[in-house]
Write a protein that binds this ligand. Structure first.
Ligand SMILES: [Zn+2]
Length: 418
């Protein structure tokens, strides 16, 4: 059976009709609609010579046994945010299904090929993403916090998991699924504007950004707007405002796609007749290179000290969260780049701003790469999320090409025996 990328587009529409409404996709994980999507997927898989199983973390696997147990994994997520788009996550599950059909039709592959639908990538109902893939990778370390999380209706996460046959205490046992994993491939929509701006349908992803997220608190002195001369003010908002502009230069100096965002400033007293006394500013910085990211942070901190002196205010930094950049496997990035070029004529390598299940696989030490398909207007997590059907078809072809190259690579590698 030859690859039929148009069938993937038809199946994406079928899934949308089955699990969406006028407001968008409704496949929120650990709900009946999500379970219906999965059962629909199992029916599709059942037409192939694959073994279907759900692991301890609720991840659904379709395994096409090959000549060795060494496995190439293709992964995505069928869950969505509420009122989500028709492509986020499920594009790869259905593209992977089509690739699996093509491979199965050619007889036993030289290595095992497995399609995985990760559970709860979005974290939409309980506010923590990458549940299934972080359990499999072994990075999940917040079981107690997970146990006590509740949804908007007060239902405990642990109880919702149990309703879907997942025992939180055994979720980490899903790690055994990665025992023979030799490579992990994931196709996703870009969810950003880069490929569209370059008029490219598909690109190769080099990794996920490192992130530094900080709260910057500026403290000055509230003073009367009428009686305080301009040179006697201690205006906390002035410091925050200067930093909000300075980070543009910091990002420009860093280059390499680095981004800085002052995503919010809340100030007090916030009345028209007073100089601002305190301003609490949120800062998010991202870069693919750990040293450059550290430089971006240091430059922002140094600039803030300078602005604090200039404005005669105090400044204090408090870390909210950070994660190191995660680089994908060099050889697989090369193969992804080649695959995209062969299918579309031109490739582009780009970093991913958002984290994905692929980041968890890379953290687990599985050689990993992603492909991005173009996103129209860069929009996602909304019902207007879209990609042209012809670009979706090219993306399916590129994934198929990448899967073939990866299978060839893995089958030629000496078995590590572990
Ligand atoms: Zn996604």
């Amino acid at each position: 059976m030859a690859l039929d990328p148009a069938r993937t587009v038809a199946e994406l529409k079928e899934l949308r009709a089955l699990t969406g409404d006028d407001d968008g996709a409704q496949r929120v994980c650990w709900t009946d609609t999500w379970a219906a999507a999965r059962s629909w997927m199992r029916d599709k898989l059942a037409e192939l010579p694959v073994e279907i199983a759900v692991d301890e973390a609720g991840n659904q696997w379709g395994t096409l046994a090959g000549a060795t147990s060494r496995a190439v994994l293709i992964g995505g997520h069928i869950d969505s945010v509420p009122n989500g788009g028709w492509l986020d996550g499920c594009l790869n599950v259905l593209a992977g299904l089509e690739v699996l059909r093509r491979i199965a039709s050619e007889g036993e592959p030289p290595v095992t090929v497995r399609l995985v639908d990760w559970a709860d990538e979005e974290g939409a109902r309980f506010g923590r993403s990458l549940f299934g893939s972080s359990a499999a990778s072994g990075t999940m370390a917040d079981q107690e916090e997970i146990r006590n999380r509740v949804d908007a209706d007060g239902i405990r996460w642990e109880d919702a998991l149990r309703e879907h046959a997942v025992d939180l205490d055994r979720a980490l046992d899903a790690h055994r699924q990665l025992q023979d994993a030799a490579a992990y491939l994931e196709l996703h929509i870009e969810q950003g504007p880069v490929l569209e701006s370059m008029a490219l349908p598909v690109g190769a992803v080099i990794g996920t950004f490192g992130v530094e997220r900080w709260q910057v608190t500026w403290r000055g002195q509230a003073a009367h707007a009428g009686s305080t001369p301009m040179d006697k003010r201690r205006d906390a908002l002035a410091g925050a405002a200067k930093l909000a502009l300075e980070i543009r230069d910091i990002a420009a100096r860093a280059g390499g796609g680095g981004v800085c965002t002052s995503g919010g400033v809340v100030w007090k007293p916030g009345i028209v007749t007073s100089v601002v006394e305190t301003a609490v500013q949120l800062l998010d910085q991202r870069h693919m290179d750990a040293d450059t990211l550290a430089t971006m942070l240091r430059e922002a901190q140094e600039a803030s000290e300078r602005f604090a002196r200039e404005e005669d205010v105090d400044v204090e930094w408090e870390k909210i969260w950070s994660i190191d950049p995660i680089l994908f496997d060099e050889r697989l990035v090369e193969l992804a780049d080649e695959s995209v070029r062969e299918v579309t004529g031109q490739s582009h390598r780009l970093p991913s701003g958002p984290l994905h299940d692929a980041a968890e696989m890379a953290r687990a030490g599985v050689p990993t790469v992603m492909l991005f398909s173009q996103s129209l207007r860069g929009l996602s997590h909304t019902k207007v999320e879209d990609t042209k059907p012809e670009h979706l078809e090219l993306a399916v072809q590129a994934l198929d090409r990448l899967a073939s190259k990866t299978i060839a690579l893995v089958s030629n590698q000496p078995s590590s025996g572990s």
